[in-house]
Write a new protein. Sequence first.
Length: 306
Amino acid sequence: MKYLTTCLACIMAVFIVGASAHAAEKTRFATPPWPGVEVKTEITTQILEALGYPTEQLQIGPSIAYGGFPSGEVDAFLGAWMPQQTAMLEPLVEKGEVEKAAVNLDTAVIGLCVPKFVGDAGVKSFADLDKYADKFDHHMYNIEAGSAMHTNMEEIIKNDVAGLGDWTQTGVTTPAMLKEVMGKADRGEWVAFGCWKPHWMNLMMDMTYLTPVPGTEKFASNSKVYTVVRSDMKDTDPDIYRFLKQIKVTSKTQSEWIRDYGQKEIPVDKVAKDWISANKDTVAQWLDGVKAADGTPAMEKINEAY
């Protein structure tokens, strides 16, 4: 009996040491160079650090991020756009290597837009574009060649969807595209351009998202952004898991983050800190039922830090 008691004590000691060691490890977030996800991740990591949970941000894109889950190098990713990343994410879900913990943004959209005054003049759908082709010079702006948006629009043009077979597109960086588009809109010129939300363009421009037609599904789509975590986080780090599962933002909020960080060039840590300080009611919803690393209610730590 004494031997059995001793063994049980050893097992419990190993378990406790192991659990403590894991609790001391950093939660590693994949953070691609997308302003909205960068701010979202910075807010998340600042909150976790305030609760006593160390974090690390890895500056990597989705393909590398998803490869990091099976190898144990990545713990969480807040920028899983679906259906755009389905091919990369779903195989990992099916193998049980990751969990789609929650939808953190359910109002994302990718599409083709025109200035609002053009929409008011009758261009409300892809089907309307070619009726006014001369006003657009049979031309549209889009982001860089090689991007999914550019490639999918090339397919639309090649297949003459909605009569766009004789149209052309100019693919440039997002800042260059929006500078050109906004200049044309200010001069009252008609222009069509690739668009999406969340993004600061939705705050800085009056614009109309064109209704899709058959054949444009790959380009124009409603999207959801998921929080993805390693499959065992619920068991190993229940409070971190609960917090990540409860994060949810609106397209407007994330557009404001993108504007402040990506357009106004406010440092990402300041954007995050200011937002947390001004939105504690939302943070409290995210932290409902969550405890800090020392066992105290999470919001006590947030109120002390912010």
